[in-house]
Design a protein around this ligand. Sequence first.
Ligand code: HEM
Length: 390
Amino acid sequence: MTMHAAATSYQPTQVWESERMLYDLLRAPEKYELFFERYASALIMRLGYGKEIESGEEPYARDILKVVHTVERVASPGAYLVDTFPMLMHLPAWLAPFKQEAARLHNFEINLFRELLLEVREKMRNGKALKCFSRTFLERQSEFGLSDDEGAYVIGTLFEAGAGTTAAAMMSFVLSMCHYPEWLKKMQKEVDRVVGDERLPNFGDIPQLPTVRAIAKETLRWRPVTAGGVPHELIKDDVYEGFFFPAGTNIHANQWAIHRDPELYPDPETFNPDRWLFPGYPTYREPLDRFPNLQNFSAFGFGRRICPGMNIAENSLHLLIARMAWATEISKKPGVEVPLYDYTAGFNVQPKPFVFDLKARSAARKKIVDIAWLQNKDTDPLGLAMGSGA
Ligand code: HEM
């Protein structure tokens, strides 16, 4: 449901949500966090439940983001003493506040996921359920062999993994444009040459926009969202560079360090999309209409647990970045410093709120953004975009 071919079928929904995002962003740029988070969670709400998030302020949308941010906090390695001293797991719940907290959070989360799944089941009874992951799950539940709660979790987890991450990457993108304005200029030149000034960029343009793709990739290298990596537990003994690791060891693939390996990424602290665009850099690959891309990139983890939302995320980042380059001017506000590195701590990280300028590149482009949204908002592709294979 999240692999390449299926991900392509979600593109109309991404286009639609990106139009809403741009329209609102140009009106209230100071709410950029809300609009990035709304884009990412609304997309998953549509794919997962065939349901809409309109303002991002709806109670269920707030609950979803609450769950997302809770996971980012509690799953952070070392957030609880029990991470360091696993023997604390043997304490009874009344002596272990972390167990009580986990039970409370689990209840909140599973109730939300159950409710969302139940709503789809109800709509199916009335013949009103749109095509979505939940409907597919309920139609084929016996084939999948999963209980209601297991299914609810599989689908609900998409939020936890996909909403905060995509939004965080977009926040780091804006931060990088504030600090490296020459890259915004280069990207705008490329987008203008390929797209012209009379329409917004579309998915069909992406192969001709290597600088857009290089900036998306460099953003995830420079500021990996899952900076400490998701720990994987060894299922058998292993030896690495002479060190013995017994089965059961937790291994953290530290993305922050991997992305700063100077042999692979010369001058690693510098945001330099050229490392993906010019021969001579160890990470350069041809042809440029295919590379750089985000496939199998370390920012999405490793092995069989690699991010299954990678294709959806790749499409989102390419489209949003291309469209922002076409429509907006991003810069530091005169006299206001934008911290180069002031990030939240946790499992997933994002820049803490910062003040910057964002405005339309021209009145004509703003008008095109307005028309795109105002004309399309009533032809919502919800349900139509997902086809029968969702
Ligand atoms: C920029 C955006 C994203 C980034 C940086 C990202 C990164 C990651 C990383 C590092 C992992 C852990 C992989 C490992 O264990 O080695 C992961 C797992 C996961 N991601 Fe993403 N992700 C993004 C977007 C998404 C989206 C949009 C979705 C869903 C539509 C998604 C769904 C998932 C799921 C379900 C897992 C858990 C997979 C498992 O444990 O088997 N992610 N992601």
